[in-house]
Structures are given as structure tokens and as C-alpha cells.
Design a protein around this ligand. Structure first.
Ligand code: CA
Length: 249
């Protein structure tokens, strides 16, 4: 049994919340529900190569959570010293999306389906919070997570002006859930995603499903960090119980 009390107390003090009693889970997609980051980084690297932009494949893990146009703008500023135009951003993101959808079908992350089922059984609301606009994946959610995600309960790259690490995606997700930060938990695997959730005042559960070390997620504001979605799934009911039973006093 993992004792979550110290982590929870640290979070409550930092955010001046007396207690967190979750009724809703705000859930990232890539690297959480789907084992898709390897293919995303591969697609990004291919786009960068074709545009004559020097980049390493691994650097795209650091941009995970940002919208496609924000990622492209960052690359353009670095390589060409100018912002990307909206037209270019649309064109090159479409290129990246196409490469991604032509790869072999992405698998769900081990542990993700059981976690979503547990949430359904616990009657927790579920909101998707992704920086992605990859419809080939978003449209599979209903099939891969039956009853897990209502199409009205999704924040994607199209729903926000500012993507992660800005708090807007998680703030909008809480509006959809009709719940305050003290009634939510967030699940994200990327430092920028964790930062977005923590900035919105949400108890952030980090999961290391890629090459990013645990420490980076704690530094970004994660209240707890798990080594895998399987480990999170196994411990989720106990973590929720610990939240209900822990206050600042
Ligand atoms: Ca992610």
C-alpha cells in the first residue's frame, strides 16, 4: 500500500485548499490513454526534416501537450527567426496528422481501459483534455473506452485559444464537468500538461509512460507520480479514498 498522505497535504497547503473531494477526472489522451507518443515524435521529426528544420526526435517529448501550431511556431522561430503564418500552421499540422494516421494503429496504454472502467464504476465524471486535434485518434475513444467519453465532454486543440502549459484547457474542462478545482483530479504524462493542470489549481496525477523522468513531473507541479497507467489504475480507488480522508489540519 502506498501512503499518499504527505503528497496530498503538500498539495493542499500549496494551493490553500482545505480538502479535495473529487467528482470528476480530467484526462489527457496521448501517453495516457494511448501509447502514441513514439509515433507522434516520429511524425514531427519527419515534418521538421521536410521543412529543413534541425530537430531531434526526442525534443518533441518536451513539447508534448502544446497544440500543433504552437509547436510549429516554436520550430519556425528557432530555425527561421519568424512566426509561422496561420496558413502554414494549418498546412504543416495537416501534414503531421497525415503521417501519424498512416502509421500502424496505435494501441491503448496498458492499464488505461481498466482505469476508465473504475471511474465509471465510481460514478466519476470524465473529461478529455488534449492538446491534440488528431481526429483519427479522438474518434476512436468511443470504441476503445466504451461509455468512457461523451463527445460533449472533450477539450481538444480546437476548444482553446491557449494550449497547455496555459491553464485554459483544464479550466475549460472544469467548466464542462461543472466542478471546481477542489472537486477534480487531472491525469497527464507530460510536464507541460501537469503544469497546465496545476496552474488551474487541480490535483495533478503524473504518469511516466515515456522517457521523461519522474522528477520532471514533480517539478512541473504533479502532486503524485506513478510509473505506469497500470500502477495508477491499481492504486486509483485508494488514492481517491485518501483524498476524501485527508485535510490540511
Ligand atoms: Ca500527453
Amino acid at each position: 500500500m502506498i501512503d499518499f498522505t504527505d503528497n496530498i497535504k503538500r498539495f493542499l497547503k500549496r494551493h490553500h485548499h482545505p480538502k479535495v473531494t473529487p467528482v470528476a477526472a480530467l484526462i489527457d489522451m496521448d501517453g495516457v490513454l494511448y501509447d502514441s507518443m513514439k509515433l507522434h515524435t516520429q511524425a514531427w521529426k519527419r515534418v521538421a526534416d521536410e521543412l529543413g528544420i534541425e530537430a531531434t526526435r526526442d525534443e518533441f517529448y518536451l513539447y508534448e501537450g502544446m497544440t500543433g501550431s504552437a509547436t510549429l511556431d516554436l520550430l519556425f522561430m528557432r530555425q527561421f527567426g519568424r512566426h509561422i503564418t496561420p496558413d502554414e500552421a494549418e498546412r504543416f499540422y495537416a501534414m503531421k496528422s497525415e503521417y501519424f494516421s498512416n502509421f500502424p494503429e496505435v494501441e491503448t496504454m496498458p492499464g488505461a481501459q481498466s482505469l476508465i472502467k473504475t471511474m465509471i464504476d465510481m460514478s466519476m465524471k470524465r473529461v478529455l483534455v488534449t492538446g491534440s486535434g488528431q481526429m483519427s485518434l479522438i474518434s476512436r475513444l468511443q470504441r476503445d473506452f466504451p461509455g468512457g467519453f461523451d463527445e460533449k465532454m472533450m477539450i481538444t486543440s480546437k476548444s482553446v485559444k491557449h494550449g497547455k502549459p496555459h491553464p485554459e484547457p483544464y479550466l475549460k474542462a472544469m467548466q464542462l464537468a461543472g466542478a471546481s478545482p477542489r472537486k477534480c483530479v487531472a491525469i497527464d504524462n507530460a510536464p507541460l500538461g501537469v503544469k497546465s493542470a496545476d496552474s488551474a489549481g487541480v490535483f495533478s496525477i503524473g504518469v511516466t509512460t515515456g522517457p521523461i523522468p519522474k522528477e520532471e513531473l514533480f517539478n512541473a507541479g504533479a502532486a503524485v507520480v506513478f510509473d505506469s497507467m497500470e500502477q495508477l489504475s491499481e492504486n486509483f480507488p485508494q488514492l481517491m479514498l485518501a483524498l476524501f480522508n485527508t485535510s490540511t489540519d
